[in-house]
Design a binder for this molecule. Sequence first.
Ligand SMILES: *Cc1c(COP(=O)(O)O)cnc(C)c1O
Length: 389
Amino acid sequence: MTGDPFTSTLERTFARLRDQGLWRRRERRQSPQGPSIQVDGQTLLSFASNDYLGLANDPRLVEALCQGARRYGVGAGASHLLGGHSEAHHELEEALAAFVGTPRALIFSTGYMANLALLTTLCPRHGRVFEDRRNHASLIDAARLAQADRHRYRDVASLERALAAAAPGGLVVSDGVFSMDGDTADVPGLLALAQAHGAGLVLDDAHAFGVVGPQGRGTPAAAGLGHDPALVHMGTLGKAFGVFGAFVAASKDVIEALIQTARPYIYTTALPPALAACASTSLAIAIAEDHRRVELNERIHQFRAGATQLGLRILPSSTPIQPVILGDAARALDVSARLREQGLYVPAVRPPTVPAGTARLRITLSATHTRADVERLLGALSALPPDTA
Ligand SMILES: *Cc1c(COP(=O)(O)O)cnc(C)c1O
């Protein structure tokens, strides 16, 4: 008799996840993203998406996508080096380079792949990669794929010690805005340390572009930094820009190296050209409509002031990511379920995504939330039963 080769092993994994309160399930959304969403048939006020500027369902983007599809069809049909690269991709790359202020930019199908491409291209085997402990999973996986000699650091001071103990060179790798805590990296500090040690800095601004800095130009611009050949800047198009895809903005040589050698760039189908055209429209809107960032910042201040008054455990974040720390996974799940009963969609984030003991609500705010939306959230949070665990 030939048995199922998977079930017995997988059942052990499932049992462990259930025991630890880490079992996950997907819900079905029936509406576009926005403050009000439909999930599993219920209408909910959402504080869950990374659509920070409220562009994911903007009619101008929907129209740009349709127009792009009428011009280019749906699929890119091939990889970038074998006929898949379109005029729409190229125009988007030029607009992104101008936006970030770098000589060139390159589009990737996802941010995950852009990070795999960056580290495997910029780090030789056994090269040294210094990563912030809170970096996004794709940056951690990228260093593994690059077969790098990996170091994790806690802050700029511990990075300085790690660099001082190592030979010159290597790569410092950091999120610009940390995706689970919402705080911003000390980009000038990281860049100065990297330069002093002959290292490069890879900065993942997935949660910063569109939101942080003048016109949403990211964390280096927010700190007053211009283009620097030691800085390789990565961003995504699926968060504040409301579309899909990702990009790297950097010096001519770094971009050329990615095109010539990066396997996650070369061996995959190009992003649909219509999405590239749509992203160009989104970028132009995000640059022009400063009022979206103004409104978003008003909501952030409103939430923080209210949460502080309620005595909630919030973190030092000035971005749309505003976690409320609850402690263990069960408590976070329970609070999220209670909010859900009141018509609020606020997901709980549990280990291993965040460190043990810091399970939380990951509240995200958008420019399209109203003052009343945030008041409703604060009202629901104020009515929570005290932590009895
Ligand atoms: C979302 C995210 C990514 C991955 O981007 P995708 O385009 O969704 O694959 C990479 N890095 C960070 C910090 C992110 O938040």
